[in-house]
Design a protein around this ligand. Structure first.
Ligand code: DCM
Length: 137
């Protein structure tokens, strides 16, 4: 059975640019140090939006509302399918509960992370759509 993994793009205008919240993974070893859209596996009985809202509450201590899909689903191995969504920020300041670090990245910084191999490989597939969102006024 394929498990769905949801990942959320929280976007804020800050310092004169739109920025997306990325989180630096602490595990497993082959992904540690790489940046990702935060999220996690959908549990039984949950909608993807509910899973995203729960995961960001657990991992970042923020309240969001799950929104539109971003880009295409990305298969990871034989048993995971990753999906990205907009996540509208509602409350809380992000805290790195499970991640090594958090950062707010503008369009150029997202491209630089992807090009330099510092982004989780699956998430690189969403960079074009993310950049389009970040360049919108
Ligand atoms: N994953 C990913 N990109 C994300 C979120 C998760 O590639 N933005 C992958 C990493 C793991 C799996 O999904 O293989 C489950 O994620 P986690 O360990 O965060 O629950």
């Amino acid at each position: 059975m394929v498990r769905i993994v949801v990942a959320g793009a929280v976007i804020r205008e800050w310092g004169g640019a739109n920025r997306v919240l990325l989180a630096q993974r602490a595990y497993p070893p082959h992904l540690a140090g790489l940046w990702e859209l935060p999220g996690g596996k959908v549990e039984e009985g949950e909608s993807p939006a509910q899973a995203l809202e729960r995961e960001l509450r657990e991992e970042l201590e923020i309240e969001v509302v799950g929104g539109d899909r971003i880009g295409d689903a990305v298969p990871v191995g034989d048993d995971l399918e990753l999906r990205a969504y907009r996540a509208r920020w509602v409350a809380g300041e992000p805290v790195a509960v499970e991640h090594r670090a958090l950062g707010w990245f503008d369009d150029a910084e997202v491209v630089r992370l992807a090009d330099s191999g510092e982004m989780v490989p699956a998430d690189v597939g969403w960079v074009r759509e993310l950049v389009d969102l970040l360049r919108r006024p």
